[in-house]
Design a protein around this ligand. Structure first.
Ligand code: ASP
Length: 436
């Protein structure tokens, strides 16, 4: 019998989760879902997060120390950052163009606005407080935050991934700088560690369809006011159409620059996209993205081990597109005029905000507040603006995370192609369990 590909299994799990969640909630058994099904979703996310830091350490040290010289490393680094900035600018421009064409803010009635406010003003207050803390810390704080003061502390916190990356790159560079024979034993250890962790990803992914099923069921059971999704339909659709255009952009870029067909690309990356969709976290999805990109899209580990962890933390095309749409939407709905200068400011701050957004659920909204503050959005309306969009934030977060992850995969293929390190996909024994 022909085996079902992994992405189909995950998709089926997702749909079943949605249906079961809906049916049980409608029958008044939402607590059952939360108590008995939801925890399996949490276990799946924890398993992924559990291996994220060891994976970054092992693969990045292997990647950097495999490089013949440091000049190559700076070449890869510079290319990566430039392409990341470029794709993010494209994303924000698509968002700004769409929101100005569709004008979703003009479809909101006063009545809906009041309802949205009543539902979400508490959460909005907490998010604003959070954003204010980030803003009060000075312009160079993000740079300071990259350097750890205690690497073991940084390694114990998934949120400090950039600090770990900083340390590990320095470590890898020093491995190149010392005598080859002296570095070799350690390099062998990291090579082995990397292989083992990649195998762990394979095993964890066998559990993905169940994990995703549980995550979706729990999400549906926890959605308190699905009717509000309809009230924000135009806004939601604008973001979703923008994100879809972004995926199209990636497919085209991959095709034109690397010659890889859309079906090859989508088949290779789709399990990571689906996990991103269900977890709303590019950090949690990172192990899956790395496995898919290396073993199914043919990107050399030397490239993926650097480009992907950095991308998961700083490259968020979906998030920046969403921030551009949301900022303009809020201004439209609350009657705040936007000058051309303010629109350019949104473009620039959304670029920085996407770099600063953490790769976890809901991080995009916090940085959106900073985008709004940068255009001198009236502070008395800030709470209203944020409360307005929170009702649909989770579904949009799911979609934008999917785009964030696809963007990272695209850039890794482009960089690998530019250095002649894009080959044929590997095939591992365990793949037989889920031919994809
Ligand atoms: N959830 C997104 C991510 O992890 C960030 C965001 O837009 O909130 O990529």
């Amino acid at each position: 019998m022909k085996k079902i590909a992994l992405h189909w299994k995950i998709l089926i799990g997702m749909l079943l989760g949605f249906l079961v969640g809906y049916a049980f909630t409608a029958a008044g058994y939402d607590q059952f879902i939360k108590d008995w099904i939801g925890p399996f979703g949490t276990i799946f996310v924890r398993l992924l997060k559990m291996i994220a830091i060891p994976l970054i350490i092992a693969s990045l040290i292997k990647g950097v120390s495999d490089l013949e010289d440091i000049a190559k490393f700076s070449k890869i680094g510079l290319r990566t950052i430039l392409i990341y900035v470029f794709t993010t600018l494209i994303a924000i421009s698509i968002g700004l163009a769409l929101v100005n064409i569709v004008q979703p803010g003009n479809h909101i009635s006063d009545e809906t606005l009041q309802e949205l406010l009543a539902e979400n003003s508490g959460t909005a207050g907490a998010k604003i407080e959070n954003a204010q803390k980030t803003m009060n810390s000075g312009p160079l704080q993000p740079l300071v935050d990259i350097v750890p003061d205690n690497i073991f502390f940084a390694m114990s916190k998934n949120g400090l991934m950039l600090q770990v990356i900083f340390f590990v790159i320095l470590f890898g560079v020093c491995m190149i700088l010392i005598e080859k024979e002296k570095a070799q034993p350690l390099k062998n250890i990291f090579d082995a560690l990397n292989e083992i962790i990649m195998k762990m990803v394979d095993l964890i992914m066998l559990f993905a369809p169940i994990g995703v099923f549980a995550l979706m069921a729990k999400l549906v059971a926890e959605t308190s006011r699905p009717d509000l999704l309809v009230a924000l339909l135009w806004y939601g659709l604008t973001v979703i159409v923008g994100l879809a255009l972004m995926i199209l952009f990636y497919i085209m870029v991959v095709y034109f620059f690397t010659g890889k067909s859309p079906s090859f690309f989508l088949k290779g990356i789709s399990p990571a996209q689906l996990v991103a969709f269900s977890t709303s976290s590019s950090a949690a999805t990172l192990p899956v993205t790395m496995e898919r990109v290396e073993e199914h899209l043919g990107v050399d580990e030397e490239i993926s081990s650097f480009v992907l962890p950095v991308g998961a933390t700083i490259n968020m095309d979906g998030t920046s597109l969403y921030q551009a749409v949301a900022a303009v939407f809020i201004c439209q709905a609350l009657g705040v005029d936007l000058t051309f200068g303010a629109t350019i400011m949104i473009l620039l701050t959304a670029l920085l905000a996407s770099i600063g957004s953490a790769a976890v659920p809901g991080a995009g909204v916090i940085m959106l507040i900073i985008v709004l503050e940068s255009i001198n959005f009236p502070s008395e309306l800030l709470g209203t603006g944020i409360a307005m969009i929170l009702a649909v934030d989770r579904p949009l977060d799911m979609c934008r995370t999917m785009v964030n992850v696809t963007g990272d995969a695209t850039v890794s293929m482009l960089v690998a192609h530019s250095t002649d390190q894009l080959g044929d996909p590997l095939s591992r024994e365990l793949d037989d369990h889920y031919k994809a």
